[in-house]
Design a protein around this ligand. Sequence first.
Ligand code: F6R
Length: 546
Amino acid sequence: MDGSWGIGHTRWATHGGVTKANAHPHCSCDGKIAVVHNGIIENHHAIRAMLEKMGCPFLSETDTEVIPHLISYYYKEDLVEALKAAVVNLQGTYGIACIHADEPGRIVGARNGSPLVVGVGAGEMFLASDITAMVAYTDKVVYLNDGEIVDIQENHYSIIDREERTVDKKVAQITWELGSIEKGDYPCYMEKEIFEQPESIARALSGRLDVENATAKLGGLNLGRGRLSDVGRVKIIAAGTSWHAGLVGSLLLEQFARIPAQAELASEIRYRNPVVEKDSLWFTVSQSGETADSLYAMREIQRKGATVLGICNVVGSTIARESDGGIYVHSGPEIAVASTKAFTSQLAAFYLFTLFIARMRHLSREEGLSFLASLQEVPAKVAQTLGQRDHVQEIAKKYHKAKDFLFLGRGNLYPIALEGALKLKEISYIHAEGCSAGEMKHGPIALVSPEVPSLFLVSDDFLREKTISNMREIKARGGPIIAVGVEGDKEVAVLADDFIPVPKGDPRFYPFTMVIPLQLFAYFCALELGRDVDQPRNLAKSVTVE
Ligand code: F6R
């Protein structure tokens, strides 16, 4: 399209079907005001009824459509003034961008509960809900806070707050490189991001390994030594894949730092009025740093007086800014909807924190050094595991027509089983269940049949024998088995119909390597089935609505 200013939005349907009429932008009756909106207007029914009474025709089923009509109602030659008056009536969450046909070159935005970032270019300006959208055009950004309104023109922007005071903000610098948002030679982002993991994990560890003192260096925790030694309990809140990283983190903290730890679903804890003990330390884990469930849960926990640290990828995201400190995972932009490299970097953050806090307690220097040595080996071991690419592709060709899958693991591989099942569901749309292998006999085993394959994760630690018994139980019932196990494990290789080896190493670190074949398996099944791997149906990369 021709033109020098405009707005657009890929809306994740919340009100009404996925139809052209419900797609953004939405316009005022005279067609002069156009609006895109991320979030949910909770009182849209009441506003719509009022506007309809005034003769305003509605063309969509969306909550958003009330916004351009409201702005039009207040409009007297100045879009900022009209937007300011309109948002006073809105309850709910919004990141809004709007334009007026009579004010060319001007975009006005408002934020409440949904992210909005201004991109500062040379002779051009941007407004987006996420820096990923504009990193190709500028590396200078300004983050808006709730209640703020921004007025953007070609060479200039100004921000006001709820009290109409001008807000002078620092321009932040994005350090992501342009190459990191391009596909390069890969057919899609997901494959690229899977293969980036040796480097992205190395980046998460970079500068944070203190070999001399056999510990980790974490500069952003903002917690004094005293506060850290007083931590009696760790609680982790997150959603989806980030929750799985949190589950691995909670096991690590309990096993190696001997601190009781628990990972909770953000969407659940938020409404549970959780007990917040004085000696508890909380983490929110989020790749995007914008997940509404995680953000609102974090705010609720902070309201109760707790310290909440963030483990985020996107620098400057809302969770990163509102948390009391934290660890950036530095995986670089993750574009594919299915999270891969951010997951392994989140794991790296938990391994670093566990080492750090365990060394402040009982962990000896020798034990710390052994932990560090294994952590340093992770990028190379992940690179070696990626060498299974073609083998996993063959296995995916064999199994992609299955309608259901079981993913089974024990100990620190149980969360990896959950992650493998989630990856497969998300991008191939094959139904998959992640289970603790020990729990299988309590129900899921009823699903086992020659049509339902099971994917086992088999460590070579004390749980190996137990997992092998579970494999035999499946075999006895005619269920096909794929096993991801340790190279050289002949017994597992023979028992399984298909075997994917990962390099032998410290079993505490197998979550890093064992998740790789599962990411590849989901990816190749999705390709076989002709799915849109990077943008699977019904999903959004950053889930900024509840
Ligand atoms: C899975 C996936 C989602 C996200 C979840 C949380 O591949 O992408 O399950 O992990 O929506 O997102 P973040 O980490 O951005 O809070």
